[in-house]
Design a protein around this ligand. Structure first.
Ligand code: LLP
Length: 435
């Protein structure tokens, strides 16, 4: 459930009319709902109540500081995959002790940064990374909290670009190699073994792959402990899917997920658990609002040309992802519908949000929204075609605030530097002007 509902035919974010924000901020813009973020966080809390479980929100899903601060206030930890994300977590008030550092390519500098900022644990994904972490810790005179991301070779049955738990994927340490590397880590002076971790993919709509992976994890923990290596922490990763459309069977709820976790880890309740949800917390807590620039008919097709583009929301172009698209002014129940190709202004055909999408009639100047755009939306934006990415707004009850302003063209052009050997050219053009 989210808090983007129609009231008297006008779409609202909580108690604020979307049209009101559009009038003040301009389009396109992202709009987030505080109540929805909070609700989704609490769903996980309730689903895992009774277990000692830290929710480490996956910052990559939506790293806006206003979003992170909202979650930090609820006690959330963070799962980060770069120094930049680590800095965002700290800036939002999430202390290092609640930050998990994940990712296959952490650099020396990033490991140093993590250890200097009291990282909760580093989820190590390879033997060379283990060696480097030990070296960096010894050089800094600290002991690194080590958890191993294990690749269970389980098919998460999701889109191939966001599947991470198969042996062919770049992620994690092969299940067969895990015991040897845990023994190695346990001997290292700069390493303290704290846990084991798995993350098999994103937008999972079936609990079965989770159950397979977690059962393997449980077996591994039992083997390691029989070998004298205690594993006090279990990091279950993220990946629980969200409903992207109201027309399909919804994916399992956090409650169902929690019940499965309790079943698989029965008897291990004395451990600390961690989960790393991103999408489920943020996706349906955000929409992208856009205005119709033109409605164009070409060779029998009707194109809805919007002022948002793939540089704002790349998921349809990259993953053929579906986002429900709704008008801000609600269409009456029996209003006529027709198929539209919904596109942005960018100069490639990939800039297509939806083909032959059946929608109520919309006209030039109307506002439409993409639903479920709060996760992997703004964070994946770019300035392609020198378009300022959509700004971000956050709503709480009857208030809204700009959480990231729209860049000006001066901001964008001001980022570039013309090298000194080209500066003559500028003089030349200046002299042409003065001539
Ligand atoms: N933990 C790790 C180690 C991850 O790599 C990810 C996501 C998560 C947690 C959070 O997964 P979530 O709960 O959000 O599914 N850009 C893609 C999604 C990429 C997900 C990458 N890893 C998309 O737009 O669908």
């Amino acid at each position: 459930m989210d808090h983007f509902l129609y009231r008297n035919g006008a779409l609202h974010a909580e108690d604020v009319a979307i049209a009101e924000i559009a009038a003040e901020v301009g389009t396109p813009f992202y709009c987030y709902s505080t109540a929805t973020l909070e609700r989704h966080y609490r769903l996980f809390e309730e689903a895992l109540a009774g277990l000692d479980c830290l929710i480490c929100y996956a910052v990559k899903a939506n790293s806006n500081l206003a979003v992170l601060r909202t979650l930090a206030r609820l006690g959330s930890g963070a799962d980060v995959v770069s120094e930049g994300e680590f800095r965002r977590a700290l800036a939002a008030g999430i202390p290092g002790e609640r930050v998990i550092f994940s990712g296959v390519g952490k650099t020396r500098r990033e490991l140093e940064f993590a250890l200097q900022n009291n990282v909760r644990q580093v989820n190590v994904e390879s033997e060379p990374e283990l060696d480097l972490l030990n070296e960096v810790a010894l050089a800094l005179g600290v002991v690194a909290p080590f958890s191993m991301r294990v690749n269970p070779d389980v098919d998460a049955k999701t889109h191939e670009k966001i599947s991470t738990g198969k042996a062919e994927n770049k992620f994690g340490i092969a299940y067969e190699d895990a015991p040897r590397l845990f023994r190695k880590a346990a001997q290292m002076k700069g390493i303290r073994v704290v846990g084991v971790d798995m993350h098999i993919g994103s937008q999972l709509t079936d609990l079965e792959p989770y159950e397979q992976a977690y059962t393997l994890m449980r077996d591994l923990i039992e083997r390691l402990e029989a070998d004298g290596i205690p594993i006090p922490r279990i990091d279950l990763g993220g990946g629980l899917g969200v409903p992207y459309t109201r027309d399909n069977q919804p994916p399992p709820l956090p409650f169902d997920y929690g019940a499965m976790v309790r079943r698989v880890f029965a008897g291990m309740e004395d451990r600390e658990f961690e989960i790393e949800p991103g999408r489920l917390i943020a996706a349906n807590a955000g929409i992208l609002v856009s205005e119709v620039v033109y409605v164009k008919e070409n060779a029998g097709r009707r194109f809805l040309i919007l002022d948002a583009a793939m540089n704002d929301l790349v998921r349809p172009a990259l993953y053929d992802a579906w986002h429900d698209i709704d008008p801000v002014n609600e269409a009456p129940a029996n209003a006529p519908t027709q198929p539209y190709d919904v596109v942005g202004p960018i100069c490639e055909s990939g800039d297509t949000f939806a083909k032959q999408r059946v929608m109520p009639n919309v006209s030039q100047g109307d506002l439409v929204v993409f639903r479920s755009a709060g996760a992997y939306g703004a964070v994946m934006a770019s300035e392609y075609n020198t378009r300022p990415p959509a700004p971000e707004v956050i709503v709480s009850k009857d208030r809204f605030a700009i959480a990231r302003p729209r860049l000006t063209y001066d901001d964008i052009l001001g980022k570039d530097r013309i090298p000194d050997w080209l500066e003559d050219a500028e003089d030349a053009s200046a002299s042409t002007h003065t001539a």
